[in-house]
Structures are given as structure tokens and as C-alpha cells.
Design a protein around this ligand. Structure first.
Ligand SMILES: Nc1nc2c(ncn2[C@@H]2O[C@H](COP(=O)(O)OP(=O)(O)OP(=O)(O)O)[C@@H](O)[C@H]2O)c(=O)[nH]1
Ligand SMILES: [Mg+2]
Length: 250
């Protein structure tokens, strides 16, 4: 079972609602809508308020039509396509998200590069998955509330990303199309059982993209929290290892 920090234990939850976050969130907004950043662009802070940026690669996993491209669009503040156009290769998008660490009060910009690859393209071209996996920091496992088979396949998908051969990868589960409750095919009880088995964060998404940050903040904060926790665990293990090596050398 994964060791997952409880929500809000590492980063300030709902920080986007706090007054002191305004100068940071204003750098990712333009006329109250999300600013879009190309691969070489980044938010610019005044020199006296410079903050560090931490970079991560995130892979979005899930069967065709589950809503991977729609989620990437939602997290970036773009409109969601109404019809399903199969993604024919890998599409990457960059999301910047400011975060305040609870303990130190330090502010960081998380630069999340989202990797969205069409499921049918993944099956067809063997070279795509290795590129997606290379140095990946986190995987978002998607299922759709309107497609039972996508939920039933989750354990299978997660198992493929678990174990010593995969290395450290933060994992989050995202249930899409939560707005289509009339067609819901996954019962709350099943979601609870799944969470008890896997102990992974599970977020529900759906509906129109809103102008505000409220619908994406829980997911982005949760992702930032998992990534930061993973880095701290890795850094702790590395420093313990170097201490042990020093002791052995002495
Ligand atoms: N109502 C609703 N529709 C959604 C949601 N997410 C995705 N969709 C719709 O589901 C369809 C498929 O979504 P995509 O994001 O294109 O699917 P995909 O996972 O990228 O599929 P592939 O690229 O083929 O692997 C689109 O028509 C979206 O508009 C949601 O949360 N709510
Ligand atoms: Mg797609």
C-alpha cells in the first residue's frame, strides 16, 4: 500500500482563496482567465518576490474516451472538446501552479508538464509508452463514472506502475464525467472499497470548465502534495545513505 500524505498536511489547501496568494495567482491569470504557457514560457515575478520553480512530468493514463485530453484542457483552463477526437500521438501541455508549503511558509511554482497520449496510438506504436514513462514523476489514472470497465481496469493499470522496476512514481486516481450522474455506472460503495484497497487519493471531475480556480485547485494541490512528499522521501533516503557510507568509510 502507498504512503500518502493526508490532504492539506503539506501544502496550504485552498490557498488560492487567501489574500496573500493573490500576487502569485495573478501571474497565471489574465483577465480572470488562465494564462497559457508555451514550453519556454513561465510566470514572471518581480525580483524582490522571486520564487523557485520545481519541474515535474505527469502522465495521464486511461482507456480511449475516458477524458484524458479533456482533463488536460481543464487543468490548463481551456475549453473541453464536446466530441471525442482520438488523440493520435503524444500531446504535452504545461500548467503552472503556485503552492504554499504549510511548515515553512515557502512559496513554490509547480511546473507540471502533462503528457496526454491517445490510448489507441499507445497500442499501435510501441515507442510511445517508453517516452511517456521516461523520468515520469506522477501518473494520473483516469476512469469514467459512466464506464464501468474503465473502473474495473484500474487495479490492473496501477499494478503495472508499481514495483521496483518502475521506481518512484506518485499516483492519483481521477474519476471523470462525474457530472453525468444520470448515467453513473460506478457506485460510491465501489469507489470506497477501491480506496480502502489502494489507499490512493481519488478525485472526481466533471462539468463545464469554470473561469475560477476552484474546480482544479483540489487536484493540483493534491498532485503538488504527492510530488513534494515523494521528493522529501527520496532526499531523506539519499541523505541517510550518504551518512551510512560516511560511517562505513570511517
Ligand atoms: N460530460 C462530460 N464529458 C466529458 C468529461 N470528460 C470528457 N468528456 C467527454 O468525453 C469525450 C472523450 O474525451 P477525451 O478527453 O477526448 O478522451 P481521451 O481519453 O483523450 O481519448 P483518446 O484520446 O482516444 O485516448 C469527449 O467528447 C469529452 O467532451 C466530463 O468530465 N464530463
Ligand atoms: Mg485524447
Amino acid at each position: 500500500m502507498e504512503q500518502v500524505p493526508p490532504p492539506g498536511s503539506i501544502v496550504v489547501a485552498d490557498w488560492h482563496r487567501c489574500k496573500d496568494s493573490k500576487e502569485y495567482f495573478s501571474k497565471i491569470l489574465h483577465k480572470k482567465r488562465r494564462k497559457h504557457f508555451g514550453l519556454l514560457e513561465s510566470p514572471v515575478m518581480p525580483p524582490n518576490a522571486a520564487v523557485d520553480t520545481v519541474h515535474y512530468k505527469i502522465f495521464i493514463s486511461g482507456k480511449s474516451g475516458v477524458g484524458k485530453t479533456a482533463l488536460a484542457a481543464r487543468l490548463t483552463g481551456l475549453n473541453i472538446p464536446n466530441v471525442h477526437y482520438e488523440t493520435t500521438g503524444i500531446e504535452t501541455t504545461v500548467v503552472y501552479w503556485p503552492v504554499k508549503l504549510r511548515e515553512s511558509g515557502r512559496v513554490l511554482f509547480f511546473r507540471l508538464q502533462l503528457w496526454d497520449c491517445g490510448e489507441n496510438a499507445l497500442r499501435r506504436f510501441d515507442h510511445l509508452l517508453p517516452s511517456c514513462k521516461e523520468q515520469v514523476d506522477a501518473v494520473l489514472f483516469l476512469f469514467s463514472f459512466t464506464d464501468r470497465t474503465s473502473f474495473d481496469d484500474l487495479s490492473n493499470q496501477i499494478a503495472k506502475w508499481t514495483g521496483p522496476s518502475v521506481g518512484q512514481v506518485a499516483k492519483l486516481v481521477v474519476g471523470t464525467k462525474f457530472d453525468l450522474f444520470m448515467h453513473c455506472d460506478v457506485a460510491e460503495r465501489d469507489v470506497r472499497d477501491f480506496q480502502e484497497t489502494w489507499n490512493l487519493p481519488l478525485l472526481r471531475m466533471g462539468g463545464e470548465v469554470s473561469d475560477g480556480l476552484g474546480d482544479v485547485a483540489p487536484l493540483l494541490n493534491c498532485l503538488a502534495e504527492q510530488l513534494w512528499h515523494q521528493d522529501c522521501v527520496t532526499a531523506g533516503a539519499a541523505s541517510r545513505r550518504s551518512q551510512q557510507e560516511t560511517v562505513t568509510l570511517l
